[in-house]
Design a protein around this ligand. Sequence first.
Ligand code: UDX
Length: 464
Amino acid sequence: MAVIALKCPAIEVCVVDISVPRIAAWNSDQLPIYEPGLDDVVKQCRGRNLFFSNDIEKHVAEADIIFVSVNTPTKTRGLGAGKAADLTYWESAARMIADVAKSDKIVVEKSTVPVKTAEAIEKILTHNSKGINFQILSNPEFLAEGTAIEDLFKPDRVLIGGRETPEGQKAVKALKDVYANWVPEDRILTTNLWSAELSKLAANAFLAQRISSVNAISALCEATGANVAEVAYAVGKDSRIGPRFLNASVGFGGSCFQKDILNLVYICECNGLPEVANYWKQVIKINDYQKSRFVNRVVSSMFNTVSGKKIAVLGFAFKKDTGDTRETAAIDVCKGLLGDKAKISIYDPQVTEDQIQRDLAMNKFDWDHPIHLQPMSPTAVKQVSVTWDPYEATKGAHGICILTEWDEFKALDYKKIYDSMQKPAFLFDGRNVIDAEKMREIGFIVYSIGKPLDPWLKDMPAVA
Ligand code: UDX
């Protein structure tokens, strides 16, 4: 919305939320999320044509176009628990819009939703319309965190789905005109509602599938002596495949990939397509496998036990340049190490201690078997410390795990770190960010995902 305000000075954008502290933060110097470049955009438009407010009903009543961006988490209870999207927030937003609207509105689905959600929303709005005309559009967002502003300035495509009626097409044109302020026309795609809704789920499933594919190959690389970076480079040189999104890692995270694939799986199951559902489920299974494979590697290399040993974790966010920890691989890796009674010391340049403690204390929702696992015991949480200094995190540690690809991890003084650690000193690079050869020269025993193994690691096979 901030970018729309920046690029369309003639449009007044008002962002509303029920949370008072969140809106206060958006109106302050300390924005509630960290996103490179966002401060600048907000500062340029706030008070001009960009406003943040808790007065939801007033602004909804006044608006011509309403973007609904409420969260759609995975249901944790009831029908479809563990897979289906929870549309409670969407439904109440639609009911509120119907309630306060006094003029015709275009309602835009910005949240990622299951296919056919627009139909349900349409029903809620029209059954409560008091003669007002509502048009529903699907306009899924493809930006990635950390590069959001760049992605919005130069999107690969903007997708707008609408009804194929004259009123529907008029609404599509109105939204297209907004984006046409800065997006070239040939990048604005228009489709029917269902194609737009499904395209978002499909795009995320394809992206996640690439990572699970390269991660699956990384396991085979370690077993055979191949190097996943070389394999990915050679594979990506095929112009039909392309070089991006082929970095092997400890596993993908983020608020979208797992949730959207589970959604896709559920929709397939509901439509009687179990083979298709299982095909996509496997993308998540490989991701879970990659995380547990990493933990097994750490534990087995360190004489099959990390009990009482200090392990430094560098990076907790799900990727660099964000403080977001939703579904981050670090949560599962830390829980795995805590399960083996390690003492963990965590450093991430953007994630607070509070957030980390909350993430580690939370019940893990097992997507395949919808039962809640036991929450972390308070003693396990006590085994975790968080610091703002990477040298303090690694001091006296037996091993280091790099779990986020922050650029600054490439530039740390690893000689100083090595000297302060217990010996043998282990370095497990879950993101392939450090120069393994240099680290070996310093004296570390190094594990890099999908790279030829140190003789030490070969002698200590990871068997679950
Ligand atoms: C994703 C989609 O990219 C975006 O289009 C959609 O709108 C929302 O979901 P995001 O979750 O912000 O965006 O991050 P993304 O850059 O896609 O990374 C997701 C995860 O995959 C991260 O944990 C990242 O570290 C990991 N990843 C990415 C890899 O492990 N290897 C890669 O090659 C690329």
